[in-house]
Ligand binder design. Structure first.
Ligand SMILES: NC(=O)c1ccc[n+]([C@@H]2O[C@H](COP(=O)([O-])OP(=O)(O)OC[C@H]3O[C@@H](n4cnc5c(N)ncnc54)[C@H](OP(=O)(O)O)[C@@H]3O)[C@@H](O)[C@H]2O)c1
Length: 403
């Protein structure tokens, strides 16, 4: 059982990075004009580090369509996620590069390995228009407005153009702006995967069950709170008191302030939960601390997983072994207490984005946007704004510059 669960977590991590990295460019079936030079503007980094690493360049080669099922997208908006900050600092670099090196060696005998890491374009979320497509793309047409979150091995969306697989994207919801659409994908995919795919909650079994969301006011947390509400679940939000009114408006029945010292006692006095969704991590909310709040058979699911960090710190073999050990240990601890322990991660998934689109168009899901707006040229400032803790909602970037 623990191994099945670990396999699933690693599978999702690998699936999220498993698209072709290097292959001959695929000729696109239909092409519209992109830029005369075949170049684009992008924010790039050459080294991991702080925000000073960002350089804007207007001579970055347009992404090449590498798979017959890939599309090229002209980006109109993106948003900032914590992963952008972590990746800028080097988070996940060793595992992602090990995977890409292995793939390059298998495909090209290693001749492309030195080109793998830098210059790196960050940014996962995007909304934009399809301007080119591979010959096997059947779901989309040139000119379609789509949204999505790029898998971590793709070059990012802090550029005028990005490439994605047709199964990884979806038509943008009709009733919201491009910026709102670009704020949704990563946080929605993460919430959906954690609740439904990793914890097994759905329309058939969720009604009337109880959920606790740790970090409910955050990007992931406020979407998760609404997804629980849509499943007919009763949700308690653990967040700061400043967010109580908002979080109740979007569907939480109950609120607890994590900044008050007896938050755990307060939670312990409430009926137990069927799922605890953790977006903050074991430093404050370890499985051992939180599991007494679960009903028998309940699930503690966390999106703060140690795999990337362990590999960054200890290397590939030792990092993966330590992660496996932790997964097995926590799972066994859970089993001995009658509860489940899960790690969850997002994966680019057009089918899930399509469900999110429906919920948004039915006004059952709304993303909270920070009032401060940023342009493409201000992306490093937008990242600093998030990093400094100033954001009160998703921070979105509007792209207006045309080469
Ligand atoms: N595994 C994956 O695939 C995946 C995907 C997305 C994100 N993540 C990770 O998940 C985490 C959350 O992402 P996010 O986008 O939701 O971040 P975010 O928008 O920055 O939100 C973080 C939230 O955590 C709350 N918070 C901070 N300390 C807390 C504490 N001690 N107790 C309770 N709440 C606390 C903050 O609330 P206040 O402002 O009220 O203090 C804030 O609302 C990040 O570490 C990110 O890297 C993982």
């Amino acid at each position: 059982m623990p191994l099945v669960f670990l396999k699933r977590s690693v599978y999702t991590a690998i699936k999220s990075i498993s698209e072709p990295i290097y292959s001959s460019p695929i000729p696109s079936t239909t092409t519209t004009t992109t830029t005369a030079s075949g170049r684009m503007q992008a924010w790039i980094i050459y080294y991991y580090g702080n925000n000073q690493q960002f350089t804007i360049s207007d001579s970055v080669q347009l992404p090449i369509i590498l798979s017959p099922k890939d599309v090229l997208i002209k980006v109109s908006a993106s948003s900032i996620n914590q992963i952008d900050i972590r990746r800028r600092e080097g988070y996940g670099g060793k595992l992602i590069n090990a995977y890409q090196s292995m793939k390059a060696i298998l495909q090209f005998g290693g001749s492309q390995v030195d080109k793998l890491e830098f210059p790196l374009i960050l940014g996962r979320d995007f909304c934009g228009e399809i301007i080119r497509k591979g010959p096997n793309v059947t779901k989309f047409n040139i000119g379609d407005k789509v949204y999505g979150a790029l898998n971590v091995t793709r070059q990012g969306s802090f550029a005028q153009y990005c490439a994605a697989g047709e199964d990884e994207i979806c038509l943008k919801p009709n009733n919201i702006s491009d910026e709102e659409a670009a704020a949704l994908p990563l946080v929605s995919l993460t919430s959906w995967y954690a609740i439904r795919k990793f914890s097994g909650f759905n329309e058939q079994n969720a009604l009337g069950k109880r959920a606790l969301v740790i970090g409910a006011s955050g990007g992931v947390g406020h979407i998760a709170t609404q997804l629980f509400k849509n499943l007919g679940m009763e949700t308690t939000a653990l967040c700061s008191a400043d967010s109580f009114d908002y979080i109740r408006q979007i569907g939480a029945e109950d609120t607890v302030n994590y900044k008050q010292k007896d938050w755990l006692t307060e939670l312990s006095q409430k009926p137990k939960y069927d799922i605890i969704f953790d977006t903050v991590g074991p430093r404050y909310y370890s499985f051992e601390l939180m599991s007494p709040l679960l009903n028998q058979g309940g699930t503690f699911v966390t999106i703060i997983t140690p795999v990337f960090r362990n590999v960054d710190k200890h290397g590939l073999i030792s990092g993966l072994s330590r992660s496996a050990y932790k997964a097995v240990k926590q799972t066994l601890y859970g089993l001995s207490n009658g509860v489940n322990y899960r790690w969850a991660a997002y994966s680019a998934d057009g089918n899930v984005l399509s469900k999110i689109k429906t919920l948004v168009e039915q006004n059952k899901l709304k993303v909270k946007i920070d009032s401060q707006k940023f342009s493409f040229e201000q992306i490093p400032e937008a990242i600093s704004y998030v990093e400094n803790g100033s954001a009160k909602g998703k921070v979105v970037i509007k792209y207006s510059t045309v080469l």
